[in-house]
Ligand binder design. Structure first.
Ligand SMILES: NC(=O)c1ccc[n+]([C@@H]2O[C@H](COP(=O)([O-])OP(=O)(O)OC[C@H]3O[C@@H](n4cnc5c(N)ncnc54)[C@H](OP(=O)(O)O)[C@@H]3O)[C@@H](O)[C@H]2O)c1
Length: 247
């Protein structure tokens, strides 16, 4: 079950954290994986790992905020990795600040990466998926997009935006057997949450029903599922992976 042999996946933000684990898990299920991000060294190390484990992957330098440059970059995907069946829009950044102090440039920077980056990249992938009449798009949102969070108005707006984007796209693409779903993690142990002070970490865990932060594997597993043939009747869905932080 949940084999992805013969499929090619592109994962953005694959150089570390959740995206790297998603790339590893997709490859372990038989997909060829384009691991995309800006940090080429980290991507090369990931691809070495995947290859040593018997998988197939390509390190692909990509800046999702470079909207003008994305079409040419995607066109340069080498043969064998060019027909993307599974797109995981995972690249994301934060630039936290209370709204009163939130600068327009920090609002814009977060939108450019988290939301507009996903829009531009998804649009570039659509033609191939529509031609092949098969596709899986999984957008990585956050429960913060549904709950809101102090100091994260910009980030939360992008994560809520991804949900509206995905639901609309699901309706547009259903007749071509392309599914569009969202995985919304809660607090996951990665670089993004590493800076949490010990006190606020304890308070956070208190609010999580399962009494722990999530792991990258906790997030990668539902992404693999949503990318699989077996999830073919699920579209427009938001799957919370938050240990019950958001119910
Ligand atoms: N960690 C959590 O608790 C949590 C919770 C909910 C949702 N999420 C979401 O899950 C996703 C992954 O989070 P994470 O915790 O794994 O974060 P992370 O460790 O900070 O990794 C972020 C990834 O995004 C990539 N990235 C950033 N800007 C990019 C750009 N312009 N173009 C291409 N790639 C870019 C980074 O790679 P480069 O710097 O190499 O480009 C990196 O691989 C994000 O969308 C995040 O919002 C995380």
């Amino acid at each position: 079950m949940f084999r992805l042999d013969g499929k090619t996946a592109l994962v953005t933000g694959a150089s570390q954290g959740i995206g790297a684990e998603i790339a590893r898990q997709l490859a372990s299920r038989g997909a060829k994986v384009v691991a995309a991000a800006r940090s080429e060294d980290k991507l090369a190390a990931l691809v070495d790992d995947i290859t040593s484990a018997g998988g197939e992957a390509l390190a692909f330098s990509l800046d999702v905020a470079d909207h003008e440059g994305l079409p040419a970059r995607i066109k340069s995907l080498p043969e064998g990795f060019a027909d993307i069946d599974i797109l995981v829009n995972n690249a994301g950044i934060t630039a936290d600040s209370l709204l009163a102090r939130l600068k327009l440039e920090d609002w814009q920077r977060v939108l450019d990466t988290n939301l507009t980056g996903a829009f531009v990249l998804t649009k570039l992938m659509l033609r191939g998926m529509m031609r092949r009449r098969w596709g899986r798009i999984v957008n990585i949102s956050s429960v913060v997009g549904m709950m809101g969070n102090i100091g994260q108005a910009n980030y939360a707006a992008t994560k809520a935006g991804l949900i509206g984007f995905s639901k609309s796209l699901a309706r547009e693409l259903g007749s071509r057997s392309i599914t569009v779903n969202v995985v919304a993690p809660g607090y996951i142990e990665t670089a993004m949450t590493a800076e949490l002070a010990e006190g606020s970490r304890d308070a956070l865990v208190e609010g999580i029903v399962l009494k722990r932060l999530g792991s990258v594997a906790d997030v990668a597993a539902p992404v693999v599922f949503l990318a699989s043939e077996e999830a073919g009747y699920i579209t427009g869905h938001v799957l919370n992976v938050s240990g019950g932080l958001y119910i």
